[in-house]
Design a protein around this ligand. Sequence first.
Ligand SMILES: NC(=O)c1ccc[n+]([C@@H]2O[C@H](COP(=O)([O-])OP(=O)(O)OC[C@H]3O[C@@H](n4cnc5c(N)ncnc54)[C@H](O)[C@@H]3O)[C@@H](O)[C@H]2O)c1
Length: 273
Amino acid sequence: MRFKDRVAFISGAGASSPGWSNGKAVSVLLAREGAKIFALDRSPEHLAETLEAISAAGGECVAHTADVTREAEVKAAVDRCTARFGRIDVLFNNVGLQAIGGPEEIEEEVWDRLMNANVKSIYLTCRHVLPVMVKQRRGVVINNSSMAATSFLYPSIAYSSSKGAVDAFTRNLAVQYAGKGVRVVAVRPGLMATPRITSRMKAKFGDGYEEALNQRNKVVPMGAMGDAWDVANAVAFLASDDARYITATELVVDGGLSASALGHPWDDTERNL
Ligand SMILES: NC(=O)c1ccc[n+]([C@@H]2O[C@H](COP(=O)([O-])OP(=O)(O)OC[C@H]3O[C@@H](n4cnc5c(N)ncnc54)[C@H](O)[C@@H]3O)[C@@H](O)[C@H]2O)c1
């Protein structure tokens, strides 16, 4: 019960396809360990499974529909959370959109949409949650970044740039608030088999889905993609007092992928590379 009497404000707490998304797994794991959950998503349908899973685990949750790219909606959400629970100990900024393509392929509107959802949203939640945490002299902000911030997987110029900005935001804010009882960190997942990814792969590859999945698993040095629970376990550690001296950094959760230049697991036959 690492989060007994603590309150977690989670953005993008739903799942865009049925199954365990990052926001849903984090919400349920923190609730199982005693946290009261303020679960925010712009889609009430996406939130339904999260609510059910928290209730099934005997946890307490408020489901709130809002768009984190709009300041008035973010402020109203933070006000509702503090009115209900009186505090906010953990802010998990999980909302993130992806788009494939470089500058020649993606339209200006797509660039703006990703920057708003992936970066502006974090500025807005921090703008309204930080005063609560500073008053408590306690809190942790965890931003969901991506290995795309530092490594090339495929052309995704807006996504990669936005996640690079998330890392820069994390470090700058962390130092500013280090003396105020607030830690600021990020998780950097690699290739994860979350429902958003697997449903997209099913639609794209059809009968070739299993083969495409195998190909993805093979490039990871540990031999398989991770899942939302790998992200959730990392977030729970960072949110807990076990990480009390950790701030201004990113925790990489990628089975060794971003450190590998080979693009597949090490094999002894490649000794002479
Ligand atoms: N799945 C992966 O492989 C992977 C890898 C690296 C990083 N990530 C990061 O993890 C995060 C979540 O990914 P996921 O695959 O679990 O996502 P998901 O799409 O299943 O869930 C995200 C939720 O955010 C909500 N949302 C989107 N825009 C919103 C807005 N403006 N306001 C409020 N809610 C909004 C959606 O309705 C959705 O329910 C993202 O930041 C993503 O970049 C995912």
